[in-house]
Design a protein around this ligand. Structure first.
Ligand SMILES: [Fe+2]
Length: 695
């Protein structure tokens, strides 16, 4: 692909509204007089969304002397000593953007390493950052990146980033990471103040409290959440003081999408919902504020309509409570303030990295329809239920609405001796993407030309299927007819829309689909298939979920919530090994079935547990660790893809030293590129450490 010439780049930067720097061919030593003053740039530096000739650079330089704005100089060089400067330009930092500044630097050589820094008019300089440009689209070199998610800083540590930096510094240049893909929950907008968490939460102490200048109390006084733009900004500013996160942003370009916590815990479109609060909370104002703060603190190739990179043109919206009648047939809330809020920043986008990666990024929160499992009408089915699983035969009609069973949905939803009217019999299938984004996404998928098509997705796609029909009666009585689902909120249960996507992949004869996701606070690996046995199991790609960087996972929560007394199902989730150490039998339940989990809980003998596995349960899963934290890496070349889960111990204290601390394990999932019509095949190697009950 030919490089953009200057005129085309000007067009691009105008489209991005960018302050731009134009790389030049004559190199010169720095003349800026830069003296490092990290204290004046407290959130460090960052870079984002590189392509093969440009990258966005970011910093924050606050002033408290009442001035109306300032200009910084950015320098980009071939060397960390800045003796070969390739580009310089001025960058505006303005109070209306909370003193953050972004600049698009273009005309850079592809597949190249650069150093950059900002300097103010007095010569006070930021720390030095390092960034990379993507290889050309026809460049055959292997492509490598890391993916991360879910960093809850007030109650955990970013040891995973420290480990990632350590490993990257040790690696040979050709094995180093090209970028870090952040799949959401970069911040957690839900915080606890010390008086709300006197005893901490699970293994965690509240070590880094965040206080909102305004804020509002939710969930029966259990949490605070933002109530203003400044509140969201405060969260980003606090998180970016963390040295591990800040060093990671200064070492690699980041490619970021949001999940829920960048805006609102149970938010969808511009609506907020909180446990303990009746009904929906109008959130148009806060959706715009959350979008604006994301724009200000994440350097990304996104543009609010009609804006410049300097400032975010926040639309004036009012908080208007949406009614069910405000939604169109696709599930989109057409109330004007809702539309203005959710369209105030579009983050779904595509990036190319060399010959081997087309990266497609989706937004799973701003356009999704109302969660059909979140209607009160379904509740009577679960009265008296002690297991907490959702029967597959109930969920199918709930998810697909009027499209279920070829347009013949059942009139009733039934579970055991209880039934309710099918309240979604006339509704469109639930959508995670919304109509406009889905059209874009399917188009991008069909036209993706790279060897591997990587769907960067905040939410996991692998079914959380369980087989409670195999429970012994003394453990519990299952009211469903067959399999159940342990959770119904992510792509693992958005079956109708997921099938549309997977069918498009199949129908296009596409190979090389890799899905990477976050949010579950656990490591999962397996196959992307729209259905499981006894239906036809026909994977069209491979799918991964990365463990959380620091947030609490279910294995940790189970240690506190699964009481030993009067709890017949405890063995499905947790058991102590011979030394009394907690073991996540939940991993066995998902991979091998309830009998395997219970057998292990009883005998502590993994071989015995595997001898009673249910081979039909989970052909889509090859690995589950609900207790894992850390990050994952992906390496793609012309013939194969290798994903490694790099699992660290529970990050409840900052690891001493510079290596991020020890590993729990490193496990490698390897997938040769399959041919059209073939099935992907994944093999696993435990490279080091102990994966416990995960395989
Ligand atoms: Fe999370």
């Amino acid at each position: 692909m030919p490089k953009l010439d200057r005129r085309e780049f000007l067009k691009l930067s105008a489209a991005l509204g960018a302050t731009l720097a134009w790389g030049c061919t004559t190199l010169h030593p720095s003349k800026s007089g830069w003296r490092e003053r990290r204290d004046l740039y407290p959130q460090g530096v960052a870079s984002g969304d590189p392509d093969d000739n440009s990258v966005i650079l970011w910093t924050r330089r606050p002033y408290e002397d009442g001035r109306k704005g300032a200009k910084l100089l950015v320098e980009v060089a071939n060397d960390p000593a800045f003796t070969q400067v390739v580009a310089t330009t001025a960058v505006n930092v303005l109070p209306e953007s909370d003193w953050t500044g972004r600049v698009l630097v273009g005309n850079l050589p592809a597949a190249h390493e650069f150093w950059y820094r900002f300097v103010d008019e007095e010569g006070n300089g930021s720390r030095i950052g390092r960034t990379l440009t993507a290889p050309n689209p026809d460049d055959d070199r292997p492509a490598t990146f890391a993916f991360v998610s879910c960093q809850c800083l007030p109650e955990g540590y970013n040891n995973g980033y420290r480990r990632m930096i350590h490993e990257d510094e040790k690696a040979s240049p050709e094995d180093r990471l090209g970028f870090v893909l952040h799949l959401g929950d970069f911040i957690y907008e839900v915080v606890q103040y010390p008086d709300q968490a006197k005893n901490g939460r699970y293994d965690r102490k509240l070590t880094f409290p965040i206080k909102y200048p305004k804020g509002k109390v939710v969930a029966k006084n259990r949490f605070w959440v933002p109530d203003s733009l400044e509140d969201y900004r405060v969260a980003y500013k606090a998180y970016l003081l963390d040295p591990d996160l800040q060093d990671a942003r200064a070492r690699w370009p980041f490619v970021c999408i949001w999940d829920n916590h960048e805006i609102s815990w149970n938010g969808w479109q511009s609506i907020q919902e909180f446990a303990g609060t009746n009904g929906w909370v109008a959130g148009q104002r806060l959706k715009v504020a959350g979008n604006q703060a994301w724009f200000e603190f994440q350097p990304a190739r996104v543009l609010p309509p009609g804006s410049k990179l300097d400032t975010f043109p926040a639309p004036k919206v009012q908080d208007v409570l949406l009614k069910p009648s405000d939604f169109d047939d696709t599930g989109l809330g057409t109330e004007p303030n809702n539309l203005a809020a959710i369209n105030s920043l579009i983050i779904y986008r595509a990036l190319r990295w060399g010959r081997h990666i087309d990266l497609l990024l989706t937004d799973n929160r701003s356009f999704r329809s109302r969660d059909p499992g979140n209607h009160d009408e379904i509740n009577p089915l679960f009265e008296g239920d002690t297991l907490g699983f959702v029967p597959e035969e109930v969920w199918g009609p709930v998810d697909a609405g009027r499209a279920f069973n070829g347009g013949n949905p059942p009139a009733k939803l039934t579970m055991g001796d209880k039934s309710v009217d099918n309240y979604v019999a006339k509704a469109a299938p639930q959508t995670m993407l919304g109509a406009t984004q889905k059209t874009w996404f399917l188009d991008q998928l069909r036209n993706a030309k790279a060897t591997w098509k990587v769907w960067g997705n905040s939410l996991g796609t692998l079914d959380t299927r369980v087989d409670p029909q195999n429970l012994p009666p003394e453990v519990g009585t299952w009211k469903g007819k067959g399999y159940g689902l342990a959770s119904v909120y992510d792509w693992g249960s958005v079956w109708h829309e997921r099938a549309e996507i997977y069918d498009a992949v199949r129908d296009a004869g596409m190979t090389g689909l890799i899905i990477v996701a976050g949010d579950r606070h656990s490591f999962w690996a397996g196959y992307a298939a729209k259905a499981l046995p006894p239906a036809a199991f026909e994977p069209v790609g491979v799918s991964f979920v990365g463990g959380s960087m620091s947030s609490v996972g279910s294995a940790e929560a189970n240690e506190y919530t699964q009481k030993k007394e009067n709890n017949p199902t405890r063995g499905l989730y947790i058991a102590e090994d011979k030394d009394g150490k907690p073991q996540a039998t939940e991993n066995l339940m998902f991979r091998h079935g309830v009998r395997s989990a219970l057998e292990y809980a009883n005998s502590k003998d993994l071989q015995k547990a595997l001898a009673v596995r249910n081979p039909e349960l989970a052909p889509h899963l090859t690995f589950v660790d609900n207790g894992g934290h850390g990050y994952a890496t992906v390496r793609c070349d012309a013939d194969r893809m290798v994903t490694e889960f790099v699992c660290i111990p529970r990050p409840i204290a900052r690891a001493p030293g510079n290596d991020g601390g020890p590993l729990r394990y490193r496990v490698r999932h390897e997938v040769p590129l399959w041919k059209a019509g073939e099935r992907p095949q994944m093999t696993q190697v435990v490279v080091e450490g102990d994966v416990g009950l995960s395989v």
